[in-house]
Every structure is written in C-alpha cells, then in structure tokens.
Design a protein. Structure first.
Length: 224
C-alpha cells in the first residue's frame, strides 16, 4: 500500500471536524454525474458542455441544492436539455443522473470504516455534516446512517438556502459550531468547496483515499 500522504494540519488546534456526505462518507456523487452522459447517448464533449451548464454554480442544480426548485422540476429540465442535445432519455432515466433515483439512501454506498471514525472523533471534538443536498433526499439519510448520533451539527444546503462553495454556508457552519474558523478541519471531495473554506482559515483535506482521512483523524484524536 502506498505511504499515506496528506497536507500537514495542526491537529492540536482542531476543535471541530466537518465532513461532506456524498463523495466522502458515501461513494459516488460527481463521478456518477460525469458518467451519466454515456448512459443517455451523448459523447464526452456534448455531455461536458451540458453538464457544466446544468450542474455548475449558476445552473439549476445549484437552485435545487438551495431548495429553490423541486427535484421533479429539475429532472424534467434535465431530460429536456438532454433531448435537445441529441440524447435519448425519459424521466425515469433522467432521475438516475447520480447513478440511482435515491442516491442518499443506498446502504451499499456507505464507507463504513469512515463512519466508524466519525464516531471516534466525536468523542474528542465537535462533529458536523456539511452537505449540498436535495430536500427530497433528506429523509433517506437516517435509513442508512444515524445522522443525529454521528454529528453535533447538521448543515444541509437545501435547509439553509446556501450551498458550497458560497461563503454564507461556511459562516453558518462556523456559527453553529461555536468555534473560530482556524479551529475547523473540513474534508470534501470537491476542490472548489475546500478553496472557499481555506480562504476563511479552515484546515482542509481533498478526499481521495480513506487512508489519508483516517490518518488525519488519528492525529486529531491523539492530540486531545
């Protein structure tokens, strides 16, 4: 196994550990969206252009994650745009843009070892879930995880009306945690979400391997 590599953090400073859901504690997420074009018959270039327009920070996906539109209307828009681009899709297939109709309630996606470590870290620092999510998927969480048991603070974009990487959601999270920005460790699988957090002083990790995250969580536990 390759040596563990991650950016250095000041574990002694960490008073709160903040975790992303999809892409970190759950497998999938952006990688499923990236692969969806092939499922609807679009070539790489056509899907990439459409994906950026729909799932980018100014697109309808962002509005959905802020709770401004419904999942039903988003799926209808996605299906319509795919058809206009020459793809083959119906509403049922369009609803599977993230691999499954209900991606946040699929038990097989859970990275159990990481969930176990969230529980360990909660014993020494405050824990938070910071997730860009969809109102209609919210109820699926507790079908697969004890969300309230794992996290002291839960910040759901669709509940607070702001999403990563918008600065407001990080300020909301810090206020709920009751610590300074520099006292927060945050792991996410999307670089722009971490960049926004780092600008506020958060310590961050771009998730690539479970081993790297566990190494940092071990440091945090050992420092307390």
């Amino acid at each position: 196994m390759p040596a563990r590599e991650h950016p250095p953090i000041d574990a002694s400073r960490v008073q709160a550990a903040v975790f992303d859901m999809g892409g970190v504690l759950l497998e999938g997420g952006p990688s499923d969206v990236a692969a969806f074009g092939a499922r609807v018959g679009l070539d790489g270039a056509a899907w990439e252009e459409l994906r950026l327009a729909i799932f980018g920070n100014a697109g309808p996906w962002s509005a959905l994650e802020r709770g401004e539109i419904s999942l039903e209307s988003f799926i209808a828009h996605l299906a319509d745009e795919i058809s206009k681009a020459g793809g083959s899709v119906d509403l049922e297939l369009a609803s599977q843009f993230m691999g499954d109709r209900t991606p946040m309630s699929q038990r097989e996606r859970v990275r159990d070892e990481l969930v176990e470590w969230v529980g360990k870290v909660k014993g020494v620092v405050t824990t938070a879930l910071l997730t860009n999510n969809v109102v209609e998927w919210r109820s699926g969480w507790n079908e697969i995880l004890d969300i309230e048991g794992l996290f002291d603070v839960i910040v759901d974009s669709s509940a607070v009306g702001a999403r990563k990487p918008e600065p407001e959601i990080y300020e909301i999270t810090r206020e709920k945690l009751g610590v300074e920005h520099a006292d927060i460790f945050f792991v996410d699988d999307i670089g722009q979400n971490l960049k926004a957090a780092k600008q506020l002083g958060w310590q961050t990790l771009l998730f690539r391997r479970s081993e790297d995250l566990i190494s940092i969580l071990e440091e945090i536990c050992a420092a307390k």
